[in-house]
Ligand binder design. Structure first.
Ligand SMILES: CCCc1ccc(-c2ccc(S(=O)(=O)CCO)cc2)cc1[C@H]1C[C@H]1c1ccccn1
Length: 240
């Protein structure tokens, strides 16, 4: 991967996003506005507009029992599962396999009335790093999706408005050691998920409309995804 022309950007943005996601876990106060809460899932946003366009940074924190961060990131990254949990995606295409853990996607989203249909071109990188808070514990797993400009796929030529996104799914895994050295089971696993995204919708849409779409779609999106992972993992061996 290091030979690919995008590698320097992929490496830099991935490390920046991981740092941002970890910092945001601490700053629960401050400017974040809690806009949705369902059980363990809490969703925050900051209202920001650029040129009259809504680009509200979003942060979601969720705690899920019975899965590892590696499993959550694998189901998020791997294109073969995408259409099973992503209800708002019409087609997803791997344009280039940059490495085993770096893919270049073209994704066409379903039209969400009254906004026009969107597509996105982005690289997706999955990586794990030691948890500096618990060096000998499970590593932190992360998937970063970041839009990239592809000359061969100029924006806004077809039916879709090209949206720009930077997304980071970061997962910390906690294992409750079972009594008297028994084997770790899924009941001993807890995964702490931090999902951060900044999306520029591309073309103009009324701010109130976009905020309504996000308020409705993001909680559904994260709940559906995490329930899918729990369901897929429950009868499979644990992937640490
Ligand atoms: C007007 C455009 C709104 C809009 C902006 C952004 C996204 C979106 C793109 C990518 C990702 S992801 O996390 O990288 C997973 C890969 O698919 C999540 C969300 C989707 C919509 C549309 C489809 C609506 C939506 C909004 C929120 C969550 C899911 N879907």
């Amino acid at each position: 991967a290091s030979a690919h022309h995008l590698w320097p950007e992929i490496d830099r943005v991935t490390m920046e996003q991981m740092h941002y996601a970890r910092m945001s876990v601490e700053d629960s106060g401050g400017v974040w506005q809690l806009f949705a809460e369902e059980g363990e899932m809490k969703m925050y946003r900051r209202e920001e507009e650029v040129g009259g366009m809504v680009i509200d940074p979003l942060r979601a924190c969720h705690v899920v029992k019975g899965v590892t961060g590696h499993e959550v990131c694998e189901y998020f990254f791997n294109p073969q599962y995408r259409l099973e949990w992503e209800a708002t995606v019409e087609t997803t295409t791997v344009l280039e396999k940059i490495a085993d853990d770096i893919l270049l996607f073209l994704q066409v989203h379903k039209r969400i009335w009254p906004a026009s249909q969107r597509d996105a071109v982005f690289w997706s990188h999955m990586r794990h790093v030691p948890d500096d808070k618990d060096q000998d514990g499970p590593p932190i797993w992360v998937v970063v999706n970041n839009s990239v400009d592809i000359p061969d796929l100029p924006a806004n030529t077809g039916k879709c408005v090209r949206l720009l996104l930077t997304v980071c799914l970061m997962c910390q895994t906690f294992i409750d050691p079972p009594k008297d050295g028994a084997k770790v089971t899924r009941n001993d696993l807890t995964c702490k998920i931090t999902y951060c995204s900044v999306v520029n919708p591309g073309g103009w849409a009324p701010p109130a409309v976009l905020r309504a779409v996000y308020k409705r779609e993001y909680p559904k999106f994260l709940k559906r995804f995490t329930n899918y992972v729990i369901d897929q993992c429950q009868d499979k061996p644990i992937l640490f």
